[in-house]
Design a protein around this ligand. Structure first.
Ligand code: AMP
Length: 356
């Protein structure tokens, strides 16, 4: 168990790292971010910043020396960098978890092995795989890159066989996954944590609405009802145990009209759909991640308030003054210098009453 004053290394320097560093500070723990961008959001709140490429072994070795444990806010850290660090310092969650979470085929395979439902899927490494796969998954379908996709990047909806060849070429032909299109009634997520001692704590599942493939709002309570929520919780517990996981993990689900719940994605880190925990829970997802990786007891995930989290995308962040003046709204800005279309610049959490 880390003592106050010891240091948590964070791979990745985005807004998730920024909020992790602030949560660590609340507990008297220090943070050291490894991130190539000198202006990164987390560099502004962490105690130290290693500005280096993930391939720089000298920098990785110095980083391992400077920290007591390593965690991550970005799952696409090269596997070699994580393996290099893991030989020198505990990395939580570790390389084995990342290998699964970095690959959409591996994560869906794991979910299926754990007894969870997913959309039908096939791995695609050439056009013929996709053509044969279409017969398995049906139309419409989603073609995605297996790795490094986020916010709808690296994916195409396929509505006819004729569209397939061009989409396969556009996404690079190999290392793809073809999934059946899921006619979901809602998307929700479960953000859970597993401690070093195997204890598990789950936050209430938010219902998530996307706009232009980017998360727009997360709302608790979800309104989906206890049966659907409990299915998501049960799958999340199973996955945390099966991966011998330490830290916070988010599982994104599709809810179907017949009450079925399908795993869409597993994120081995704190998640955008859990930002409301900062205001609506005693212990946020960020503190929970810090507690788990530091070997501390997990915090109480109980929610004392209902909440709606809304992302501020691109130019929406220019309305900060009006939002700051709004009673009951908690404004978060991530310190990103440049506003770009589609870029997550901040978020607002509005508390909507006592939890029920
Ligand atoms: P992902 O990057 O896999 O999380 O996908 C981004 C968003 O695209 C999801 O949150 C869904 O809204 C939509 N989506 C992804 N996969 C599917 C699918 N198989 N069926 C229907 N919608 C999907």
């Amino acid at each position: 168990m880390l003592r106050p004053g010891q240091t948590i290394g964070i791979l990745g320097g985005g807004q998730l790292g920024r909020m992790l560093a602030m949560a660590a500070a609340r507990l008297g723990l220090r943070t050291h971010v490894f991130e190539p961008d000198p202006e990164a959001p987390a560099a502004q709140t962490a105690n130290a910043h290693m500005i280096a490429a993930y391939e720089d072994q000298g920098a990785l070795a110095a980083f391992a020396e400077a920290v007591d444990v390593v965690t991550l806010e970005f799952e696409n850290v090269p596997a070699a960098a994580v393996a290099f660090l893991e030989a020198r310092v505990p990395v939580r969650p570790g390389a084995a978890v990342l290998a699964v979470a970095q690959d959409r085929v591996a994560e869906k395979t794991l979910a299926a092995q754990a007894g969870a439902q997913t959309a039908p899927f096939v791995a695609v490494d050439r056009l013929e795989d996709a053509q044969a796969g279409l017969k398995v998954v049906g139309l419409p379908a989603m073609l995605k890159t297996r790795r490094a996709g986020y916010d709808g990047k690296g994916q195409r909806k396929i509505t006819s066989e004729a569209e397939l060849a061009a989409a396969v070429t556009a996404l690079g032909t190999k290392d793809l996954i073809l999934e059946g299109f899921v006619p979901f009634i809602a998307e929700f997520s479960v953000i859970g944590a597993r401690g070093l001692d195997g204890a598990i704590a789950l936050f209430d599942p938010p219902v998530n609405v996307h706009r232009n493939h980017i998360l727009d709002t997360s709302t608790v309570p979800s309104g989906l009802g206890p049966a659907i929520e409990e299915k998501g919780r049960a799958v999340t517990r199973l996955l945390l145990d099966r991966l011998n996981y330490v830290g916070v993990m988010a599982v994104e689900f599709f809810a179907l009209a017949d009450g079925a719940v399908l795993v869409n994605e597993i994120a081995p880190r704190v998640h955008n759909s859990g930002h409301w925990t900062l205001e609506a829970c005693i212990v946020s997802q960020f503190e929970q991640q810090i507690r788990a990786v530091a070997g501390w007891p997990l915090g109480d995930p109980a929610r004392h308030s209902n909440a709606v989290m809304t992302n501020l995308i691109g130019a929406e962040a220019e309305h900060y003054a009006a939002i700051a003046a709004e009673p009951g709204a908690a404004l978060h800005l991530y310190g990103k210098k440049e506003i770009r279309a589609g870029r997550k610049m901040g978020h607002i959490t509005r508390l909507t009453g006592p939890a029920r």
